[in-house]
Design a protein around this ligand. Structure first.
Ligand code: DGL
Length: 231
């Protein structure tokens, strides 16, 4: 089965990695829109413009399904894309709310981009306590491989967070720094990787393994980043 995945950059590779774990024998077409990263600060119209190009790329590649491997696009454009898409389309948010409910989490911290937090999608779908924190500095730091600054940036974002039992990594870039986030908590907390949940839930008709990666702009960290995420 030909599966198309896309994100603003390297973040969606964490979703691809989960798909490779649960469905190793498929053809994967990945589009990282590094020319337009970050998506989290764009207007909805700008975001839609970027995504339209990517959808056309996916149709050219004759994908059977499309996976929105980006929290920002999932939170803000999924309904529209579902109506317009020529092939079935899934979002990284698809099974997350159910997962949180089934596991009875009561106090959930959502870390995500500004645009995802502004959509309040988690607050609107859950009846439990949801603390939303926008982390606009993280994606550029992750894309630029600037891991030293990430530590202090996380301290800044997490300083007012109350006691929680779960954290949703609401941006697909954040599983890359999952260990750094986990280290900031002195008590056990469940960390939820949206790509893992989606990849596990979806049934795909396996075919053969092929991975085709495309990035709209190459940076000097790109190859190193890609290799360390997919290793
Ligand atoms: N990885 C994306 C997300 O899940 C995009 C982040 C960005 O480009 O700002 O939201």
């Amino acid at each position: 089965m030909r599966v198309g995945l896309f994100d603003s950059g390297i973040g969606g590779l964490t979703v691809l990695k989960a798909f490779l774990k649960y469905h190793p024998d498929n053809e994967y077409f990945y589009y990282g829109d590094t020319l337009n990263v970050p998506y989290g600060d764009k207007t909805i119209d700008e975001l839609y413009g970027c995504v339209k190009n990517i959808m056309n790329y996916m149709y050219d590649k004759k994908v059977d399904i499309i996976v929105i491997a980006c929290g920002t696009v999932s939170a803000n454009l999924y309904d529209r894309l579902k109506k317009e898409s020529k092939v079935p389309i899934y979002s990284v948010l698809d099974y997350v709310f159910k997962y949180l409910k089934d596991n009875n989490f009561k106090d959930t911290l959502v870390l995500a981009t500004s645009k995802t937090i502004e959509s309040h999608i988690f607050k609107s779908k859950l009846d439990t306590n949801v603390y939303e924190v926008a982390c606009p500095k993280l994606v550029p730091l992750i894309e630029g491989g600037n891991f030293e600054e990430i530590e202090s940036t996380l301290d800044e974002y997490l300083k007012d967070v109350p006691k929680i039992d779960s954290i949703v990594l609401g941006c697909t870039h954040y599983p890359i720094i999952k260990d750094l986030i986990e280290k900031k908590f002195t008590y056990p907390v469940s960390i939820i990787d949206m790509g893992e949940i989606l990849a596990k839930e979806l049934n795909l008709e396996d075919s053969f393994k092929k991975i085709d990666l495309y990035f709209s702009k190459k940076s000097k960290y790109l190859e190193k980043n890609v290799n360390s995420i997919l290793k």
